[in-house]
Design a protein around this ligand. Structure first.
Ligand SMILES: [Zn+2]
Length: 270
């Protein structure tokens, strides 16, 4: 059976780079998986497609298959422009982080409808949410979902530690003040006892019970409920740092947008 030369898909543009004189290579999050395609002539002033292929925009595309190079965007039509994410500095920074996390954790040709839906919904929420506490909570909830779908689901329920060759697996209590540990290598949290035994080891950082409570909520509760989660700035900072530790460990290098966010916060004095 001969495959069709053209195919249709919805897509979100997660990365763009210039190519040649007037073209652009786009990295797309689609229900078919992550794709790289080329939009020809899109940097020319008169391009009709350009307005439909902005960063973070949700578009409907017709794409022509190519055997020798990138597939070529043949038609583009905006579904949801998400324009505020390109105009507002704070929202834009979170959107870049969200898109970059997808790009780093999902390989080309991988991913599918659940990841596309997650990214589409998260960008939609970022457009509506109040910049600050609400956007921060949404991004933390997004991280938990993305990591789960990408196969890096953190374990927030039972201790991931081991002592004297035996795994601990004790149910974790997210209460009191005794510090727990975040062990990125083992993919989860250490109970107070395992943390005390291993705290000097590289890659293990402390985590408060309140932070564990918030991370659990991020993994289990809806976006709508997370927006109103009662979290003080200090707790949000702790959870952001913990997730940066977890994410960087698994990516083995820093996420650029996350560093940019930290810089912004310092400049902001918050
Ligand atoms: Zn333990």
């Amino acid at each position: 059976m001969r495959s069709e030369r053209l195919y249709r898909t919805e897509a979100i543009v997660v990365r763009r780079r210039d190519q040649g004189e007037a073209d652009r290579v786009l990295t797309l999050c689609t229900p078919l998986g992550k794709l790289a395609v080329i939009a020809k002539g899109v940097r020319k002033v008169r391009s009709r497609k350009a307005g439909h292929l902005e960063l973070f925009a949700h578009t409907r595309l017709v794409i022509a298959r190519s055997r020798s190079s990138w597939d070529v965007v043949s038609q583009a039509e905006t579904v949801e422009p998400h324009a505020i994410l390109r105009g507002d500095l704070i929202r834009g920074t979170y959107a870049r982080y969200v898109a970059e996390l997808y790009d780093r954790f999902v390989a080309e040709g991988e991913g599918g409808e659940p990841l596309f839906d997650l990214l589409r919904r998260t960008l939609g929420y970022l457009c509506e949410a109040e910049p600050g506490r609400e956007t921060a909570l949404l991004v933390r909830a997004y991280e938990q979902r993305l990591l789960t779908l990408a196969g890096f689901r953190p374990e927030w329920g039972h201790c991931v530690g081991a002592q004297e060759g035996r795994t601990c697996e004790r149910p974790l209590k997210a209460e009191g003040n005794e510090p727990l540990g975040l062990d990125a290598e083992r993919g989860g949290v250490l109970c107070a006892g395992c943390y005390q035994a291993h705290r000097k080891q590289r890659g293990i950082v402390s985590l408060s019970p309140a932070a564990l409570r918030l991370l659990r909520a991020c993994q289990r509760q809806s976006f709508a409920r997370m927006r109103s989660y009662p979290a003080e700035p200090a707790l949000l900072d702790e959870v952001e740092r913990a997730m940066r530790h977890y994410v960087t460990h698994h990516l083995e290098r820093n996420v650029r947008s996350s560093a940019f966010l930290r810089r912004l916060k310092r400049e902001d004095g918050t």
